[in-house]
Ligand binder design. Structure first.
Ligand code: 5AD
Ligand code: SF4
Length: 474
């Protein structure tokens, strides 16, 4: 951790101290004595998880975590650097917030947290002088200390040294308790793959598996709180355990989690096609909690582009894996990530991507227009596909994908699906929303008591984004 003033103090957790922070520190402080914190999260599920832990540790320390930006004393942006667009949104939002901030100590305190902080480090303070805290993903567990220090000593802090996360991150009791049905659990940090376009290894560091016993402990505690579905998170879950002495594999972990009991559904993201193997497909088929759904990012259908991207598989390797998966896990839904407009992508390369989408017929495809990211290998290449071509290719894939999903969803018509009921519908309170094991969103009419239960729903109407049906039985 790098302290701008080089005089950071050892701050012990002490909510009394925070209590004594008077209104003088925040001109717009509305909470009694405790500073109010608003957290805005951008990007992937890893950031959602980090923000959830952050909310938990801030509450423990005596901060008030609020959903209201207006009245907040401290605003933390948990940011994403994966694409340029995400960064621009953050810069825009901070700039507009700071517009009303006035003097540094007299308005809201602003923290920029997560991958953007790690990517741009001190430079953020130059671009956004009203930011008080710049904190990389490895350090978010010290944020209560940093905030106290900034408030008490009126300083700025930049915490971006790529050290290990501190031990207290492993204290699962810090987790925010508001979520009751589904939860994410990070099983590993970082990535060793260095795909040529990707900033993740530079901002999240190298792969590091969390010890299995801590993962099991965290999941057991979540289950006691009533959680029904867990999604395991890692940049490449297939390499889980490679850094654990004595050898431990992702499938070992899946078996352990499945055996806990009480868990109804288990999912995981992300699998790398080069490492997703038959053993994992067999575990998916055999272990009752694992849902029939796999996210397997293909990125491109062109062997030439895949090679430039350093993905380490060919289109045929990928298709063979899909064939094997479908044989072993029939009915498994598939999702993917695709980048259009990678440097040098020709019409012919793009056609290959169209082809692979038509062949695999994904249930969901996240399509991204390439943007050069600092530090990456591809950033040294000319970003030569014009924006208009990227737009066209993006639109073509979105249209194709829409048709495919609409068609894929037909197979659910008049079928009864097991649905984990998640919430009341935002649009109409009478309706409930849940998901099938394959990840399809299902809407139906029913009483709120069903929330958190797995029930049978007979599907009637199908469209691109949802299936609608009738509650069939408990
Ligand atoms: N430009 C566009 N998309 C990107 N992704 C990662 N880096 C970039 C980039 N520089 C996409 C990949 C990845 C997903 C999370 O984001 O498809 O799988
Ligand atoms: Fe990025 Fe590739 Fe690692 Fe995924 S596997 S996080 S795309 S470097």
């Amino acid at each position: 951790m790098k302290d701008k003033d080089n005089n950071i103090k050892d701050i012990t957790p002490n909510s009394m101290r925070l209590k004594n922070l008077s209104k003088a520190h925040f001109s717009n402080q509305s909470s009694e004595c405790h500073p109010k914190v608003f957290i805005k999260t951008f990007g992937c599920q890893m950031n959602d998880y980090d923000s959830e832990i952050l909310r938990g540790i801030l509450r423990k320390r005596g901060f008030v975590v609020s959903g209201d930006l207006e009245s907040a004393d401290i605003v933390l942006f948990n940011t994403c650097s994966v694409r340029e667009h995400a960064e621009r949104r953050v810069y825009g939002q901070i700039a507009s917030l700071a517009h009303g901030k006035g003097q540094m100590t007299n308005g809201k305190m602003i923290g920029l947290v997560g991958c953007m902080a790690q990517a741009h480090k001190e430079k953020i303070l130059k671009d956004l002088p009203y930011v008080d805290l710049v904190c990389g993903p490895q350090h978010i567990y010290q944020i209560p200390d940093y905030l106290e220090d900034i408030i008490l000593n009126k300083k700025k802090i930049v915490a971006v040294d790529e050290k290990q996360r501190p031990a207290d991150r492993e204290n699962h009791d810090f987790r925010d308790e508001t979520k009751r049905i589904k939860a994410y659990v990070t099983i590993m940090e970082g990535c060793n793959n260095f795909c040529s376009y990707c900033i993740v290894p530079y901002v999240r560091g190298r792969e590091k598996s969390r010890p299995p016993e801590l993962i099991i402990k965290e999941i057991t505690s979540l289950l006691k709180r009533g959680i029904k579905e867990i999604t395991l998170l890692g940049q490449n879950v297939n390499s889980y355990g490679k850094d654990i002495a004595g050898g431990y594999s992702f499938c070992d972990l899946l078996k352990k989690i499945d055996a806990i009991g009480d868990l109804r559904r288990l999912r995981f993201v992300t699998s790398h096609p080069k490492d997703a193997e038959e053993e994992m497909f067999r575990a998916m088929a055999k272990l009752p909690t694992i849902c029939e759904s796999l996210h397997l990012p293909v990125q491109s259908g062109s062997d030439r582009i895949l090679k430039c991207m350093n993905r380490k598989y060919s289109k045929d390797d990928y298709l063979r894996k899909i064939e094997l998966l479908r044989k072993i896990v029939p009915g498994c839904s598939l999702s993917t990530d695709i980048i259009v407009g990678y440097p040098g992508e020709t019409d012919e390369d793009f056609r290959q991507t169209v082809e692979i989408i038509k062949q695999v017929r994904y249930d969901t495809a996240y399509i991204f227009k390439y943007s050069p990211r600092p530090l990456t290998r591809a950033a040294g290449l000319e970003d030569d596909v014009p924006q208009s071509v990227k737009e066209e290719r993006n639109q073509e894939l979105l249209n194709l994908q829409k048709k495919i999903v609409r068609c894929n969803n037909e197979k659910y018509r008049n079928k009864e699906l097991g649905v984990l009921v998640e919430s009341a519908s935002d649009k109409d309170e009478k309706f409930l929303v849940g998901r099938s094991r394959t990840g399809k969103m299902v809407v139906f009419e029913g009483p709120r008591e069903l929330i958190g239960k797995i029930i049978g729903v007979r599907v009637g109407e199908v469209n691109t984004s949802t299936l609608s049906g009738e509650w069939a039985r408990l």
